[in-house]
Ligand binder design. Structure first.
Ligand SMILES: O=C(O)C1=C[C@@H](OP(=O)(O)O)[C@@H](O)[C@H](O)C1
Ligand SMILES: C=C(OP(=O)(O)O)C(=O)O
Length: 426
């Protein structure tokens, strides 16, 4: 898809699609609940549709309407053995969370995914699941999918996770629903806490203190109404675009600003960017607000440590923003980006430098000396939705033509992304 620099400014308002993490969890926990769960503003991206597909294969009736999804829950012990292999598509969240659920079932199952998922590390969930007494096998012996999981009764553990990962934490907590005692996870820094919030909203006994979350086994989960907030990870592209393109002002309505996800807002503030937070409210434990963003003159910053998990998926577009800012931005402790849909560290360094940015890769991040003009070129998205969207934003300030290959991969998390971006362009 080709982008040429014709934008003078971005103006208007937009409601971004529902949060991907929360949409996945609403389908999963709704399936394990008694009664019906109604989900509004559900993200109809390919990843969340993979989650729906997996639970339908285990006997859950899930109805899709224009404005809502109804999940007719089976209860904690009501899933059926799937007749065929569960296909998690491109979704790490589906793969890792569902594994925790499958580990405690009274049946065996197999799961797989696309070429990217087949390379992503699953050892990080296999290790704690084996400690809980689960039977999980990587069928090719490489620590990746396909996995075969023979469900069994599990024992509660305390898991000290080596990575700050909500997918690992959630996998262990979900297996904890099927264990013989309390299960807890401590992580090196707090990752997104949507699992903790939503499971307790559905009636589970979950406690959270610092970087430790614990769950008591065998709760009765009750179907509930879930209003999914707009995804801050999707809003991030418009925040960056409006900050960078002079004369812009954009209102993003109903965006989730959970403090475990709002690192981008803190970074924007530290770069001198102006984002007003309006109409704050909370639903199902999840805070949301309208974000009014104005183009701003930006300077470099440091992004590291416990901030990283709160903006992990936004680092590609933050690199674009840093290239537009004056001065140096240093990103550290972001090695997790190497094991996402693509190696996002290498791809950002390579492609942004080909556009003319002064950017250098480090072992766990990058150093960006901002302020150089960008030039359009061919950008390989490597079928990674966040890379495609980040370079669509970069193209707004680049001269010439930016040509993004396989740009349609945005359908993973934001099917209408290009239309929504075009709708704001003057
Ligand atoms: O739990 C979740 O919904 C997610 C957690 C993060 O992954 P990790 O837990 O692997 O960091 C994030 O990158 C992903 O987009 C969604
Ligand atoms: C890493 C991502 O998702 P997942 O891990 O679910 O594939 C993402 O959406 O950027």
């Amino acid at each position: 898809m080709k982008f040429t620099h014709t934008t003078r400014s971005l103006k208007g308002e937009l409601t971004v699609p529902g949060d991907k993490s929360i949409s996945h969890r609403a389908v999963m926990f709704g399936s394990l609940a008694e009664g019906t769960t109604e989900i509004t503003h559900f993200l109809r991206g390919a990843d969340c549709l993979s989650t729906i597909d997996c639970f339908r294969k285990m006997g859950v009736e899930i109805q899709e309407f224009q404005d809502r999804i109804l999940v007719h829950g089976k209860g904690l012990h009501g899933l059926h053995a799937p007749a065929s292999i569960l296909d998690c598509g491109n979704s790490g969240t589906t793969t890792r969370l569902i594994s925790g659920i499958l580990a405690g079932q009274a049946f065996s199952s197999e799961l797989t995914g696309d070429a990217s998922i087949q390379k992503r590390p699953m050892g990080r969930i296999i290790t704690p699941l084996l400690q809980m007494g689960a039977s999980v096998e990587s069928l090719r012996g490489n620590g990746c999918v396909p996995l075969r999981i023979q469900g069994r009764s599990l024992k509660g553990i305390h898991y000290q996770s080596p990575v700050a990962s909500a997918q690992v934490k959630s996998c262990v907590l979900l297996a904890g629903l099927y264990s013989d005692g309390v299960t807890s996870v401590t992580e090196p820094a707090l990752s997104r806490n949507h699992t903790e919030l939503m499971l307790s909203y559905f009636g589970a006994r979950v406690t959270a203190e610092g970087t430790t979350a614990s769950i008591a086994p065998d709760p009765v989960l009750c179907g509930a109404s879930v209003k999914v907030p707009g995804d801050i990870s999707s809003a991030a592209y418009f925040l960056a675009a409006a900050l960078m393109v002079p004369g812009s002002e954009v209102l993003l309505r109903n965006v989730g600003i959970n403090p475990t996800r709002d690192g981008i807002l803190r970074v924007i503030r530290s770069m001198g960017g102006q984002v007003d937070i309006l109409n704050e409210t909370t639903a199902g434990g999840e805070p949301t607000a309208d974000l009014l963003v104005h183009s701003s003159s930006l300077h470099g910053t440091v992004i590291e440590g416990s901030l990283i998990p709160t903006l992990i998926d936004e680092i590609p577009v933050l690199a674009v923003l840093a290239a537009a800012a004056e001065g140096t931005t240093v990103i550290r402790n972001a090695e997790e980006l190497k094991v996402k849909e693509s190696n996002r560290l290498d791809l950002m360094v390579d492609s942004l430098s080909r556009m003319g940015a002064d950017i250098e890769g480090t072992v766990d991040g990058m150093i960006i000396r901002g302020g150089r003009p960008l030039h359009g070129t061919v950008i390989d998205s490597h079928l990674d939705h966040r890379i495609a969207m980040s370079f669509a934003v970069a193209s707004l300030t680049a001269d010439g033509e930016t040509d993004i290959t396989n740009a349609e991969c945005v359908n993973i998390s934001y099917p209408a992304f290009y239309e929504d971006l075009a709708g704001l362009m003057l």
